[in-house]
Ligand binder design. Structure first.
Ligand SMILES: [Mn+2]
Length: 320
């Protein structure tokens, strides 16, 4: 992968850097932000990570993630960097700063996107963290904290190296990272096994109310706000659940719908390989990758469900 030299220059020339991640953060944006902060701190920069959402507990083992800021105001930074964010909306309440600040960078790996920064590097690869690996390596010498953070990012977005976006490059880079000596077992336990009881209870509900359409080619389940409050779960507990229904034999599209507020559902879409679910999400103003995407669907539960399922049925029919 070729890095963008202008981005390296901008990072080197900065003194105070603010890094932004997306709402409902995942291992990829969190690991990318942590590694970039550690690299810039090693170059004596002052760096803060800003997030509109809380950092899920199981990522707090990664350096700098217990220092993430949630302040409304972002002032006094000479450079803003967004990682893993295809459009300004993804940084949530901080979007306005990307509209006004003159020095902004985006490093991202999503296919559907908008241009919202002065300098942009988009590469259609498995993870933002894989891109960050090459940037960090150019900036400074990798240490164990950067290695652990980048590993967290790459392994998260590849579903622990099982999604179709996994290539030998992810394995090769992660082998080098592991050789830097972080606690691999702890990292994998925190990233892939960590299951609060609330998540287990939410999973039970999800799979109990799962439905299939189009002869089993579309699988879906949903959560209301009540499901979350009654199980004590939060949105981060839904991570990964949609993959399981997509894995059912014959299922081409997996859908997870959850209620964000009255009349607004967030849909996570997964493809088992034949259908480009980014194109489906785009029809609702969302986007993402070919095999994993997301969008907002408006309406009451039944209306929202009908809208997304009908759109998916159209795509499934094209398969013949
Ligand atoms: Mn990502």
């Amino acid at each position: 992968m070729e890095i963008n030299k202008n981005i390296i220059e901008a990072l080197k020339n900065s003194k105070r850097v603010a890094i932004f991640i997306h709402i409902n953060p995942d291992g990829d944006c969190l690991g990318s932000a942590s590694a970039l902060k550690e690299a810039l701190v090693s170059l004596n920069k002052t760096v803060d990570i800003f997030s509109d959402s809380l950092v899920p507990e199981n990522y707090l083992f990664i350096k700098h993630l217990n220092e993430v800021k949630h302040d409304d105001k972002v002032e006094g930074y000479d450079l803003l960097v967004a990682v893993d964010c295809p459009d300004a909306k993804r940084v949530g309440k901080y979007a306005k700063y990307f509209a006004t600040h003159e020095n902004t960078i985006c490093i991202d790996h999503h296919k559907s996107r908008e241009n919202y920064t002065k300098l942009t590097h988009v590469e259609i690869v498995s993870s933002a963290a894989l891109m960050i690996y090459y940037y960090v390596k150019e900036l400074t010498e990798l240490n164990v904290h950067m290695a652990e953070a980048i590993y967290a990012g790459i392994s998260s977005d590849t579903g622990c190296f099982i999604h179709s976006n996994t290539t030998s490059e992810e394995h090769a880079v992660c082998a080098k990272l592991i050789n830097l000596g972080f606690d691999l077992t702890r990292a994998n336990d925190m990233l892939f096994k960590f299951t609060p009881l609330s998540k287990f209870e939410l999973t039970k509900r999800a799979y109990t109310n799962a439905e299939f359409f189009a002869d089993g080619k579309i699988g879906m389940f949903k959560f209301t706000k009540k499901d979350l409050s009654e199980t004590g779960a939060d949105i981060s507990d839904t991570t990964g659940l949609v993959n399981q229904i997509t894995n059912v034999n014959g299922c081409e599209i997996g859908i997870m719908m959850y209620e964000q507020e009255n009349g607004l559902f967030r849909c996570s879409l997964r493809s088992s390989g034949k259908i480009d679910v980014a194109l489906i999400a785009e029809q609702f103003g969302g986007g993402g990758h070919m095999f994993a995407s997301g969008c907002n669907v408006f309406g009451c539960l039944n209306t929202a469900k009908k809208k997304i399922v009908a759109t998916c049925i159209k795509e499934v029919k094209k398969l013949g």
